[in-house]
Write a protein that binds this ligand. Structure first.
Ligand SMILES: Nc1ccn([C@@H]2O[C@H](COP(=O)(O)OP(=O)(O)OP(=O)(O)O)[C@@H](O)[C@H]2O)c(=O)n1
Ligand SMILES: C[C@](O)(CO)[C@H](O)COP(=O)(O)O
Length: 236
């Protein structure tokens, strides 16, 4: 029976956020951003291990960030790119997990993940599928800008999705794909798999699982997460 492991890339500098510290350490709804995802995976019985990959240099990691966690370990093997951080985490995981285990890669900068979304990924990543990612079909019209930031053309949004995470693949397959494509800097795990000719499944995610990239995203994600919590409380 395949097991499920999680790698949380959390070694970025958050340059686009322009905050005093890397964005994954900023407080959101009462806890550091990186803590939200850790707590979701910690309580899921399907998840065997969680490894959070941090930068050995960022100086913000502190052991208390894993208080109360029993299956999460920190790896200070963050790389220069997200793909490198993920690959370094996979190399460590490969020392203790089976090649055929599933690994879910989830951005620390996506605190809005929740258990139903992860279980949707499990259910819809068909057994014969090579893997799957959470994603959202594009809702807005797409424009391409020229160098003057004027509209050059309108692009069809037919069939276009915005990738989210987790992105779930078999451990050895993903490690090999990232190893082979590192110099091409895949923007996500799925792209490394696509370059090998695979077609991972797209599973509908949620707006609250958006990536915190810019300062303005903090309020949006905070509000979406609080609204979801209220909805859950009203349903119970
Ligand atoms: N060398 C890197 C770069 C990014 N990440 C992680 O990958 C996730 C998504 O990346 P992104 O939003 O681009 O984060 P940053 O690279 O920190 O942001 P920026 O591009 O604005 O610097 C984040 O959780 C980030 O910490 C990582 O582990 N290692
Ligand atoms: C993996 C990802 O979050 C999917 O949308 C995205 O590719 C990360 O990109 P970033 O530039 O590292 O934020």
């Amino acid at each position: 029976m395949s097991k499920y492991h999680v790698i949380i890339p959390s070694a970025g500098s958050g340059a686009r956020m322009q905050s005093a510290m890397p964005k994954q350490y900023l407080m959101l709804n009462g806890k550091p951003i990186l803590r939200h995802a850790i707590e979701v995976f910690e309580v899921m019985h399907q998840i065997e291990t969680v490894h959070i990959v941090v930068s050995a240099q960022d100086g913000y990691w502190a052991p208390h960030l894993l208080d109360g966690c029993s299956k999460t370990k920190v790896l200070d093997c963050g790389g220069l790119t997200r793909a490198e951080s993920v690959l370094n985490g996979l190399k460590h995981l490969a020392l203790e997990a089976d090649a055929n285990d599933w690994v879910l890669v989830h951005d620390a900068a996506r605190p809005g993940i929740d258990q139903p979304l992860v279980e949707r990924l499990f259910q819809e990543a068909l057994p014969e599928s090579v893997g799957a990612i959470l994603a959202l079909p594009l809702a807005d019209t797409l424009k391409r800008a020229d160098s003057q930031q004027q509209i050059e053309t309108t692009l069809s949004r037919e069939g276009l999705w915005q990738a989210q995470t987790p992105q779930m693949f078999k451990l050895a397959l993903l490690q090999g794909a990232l190893q082979q494509s590192l110099d091409r800097q895949p923007t996500d795990e799925a792209q490394a798999m696509e370059w090998l000719g695979y077609q991972p499944k797209l599973v509908v995610g949620d707006l609250k699982n958006m990536k915190i990239t810019y300062m303005r995203d903090l309020q949006v994600v905070s509000a979406l997460m609080q609204a979801a919590t209220l909805d859950n409380q009203q349903e119970t």
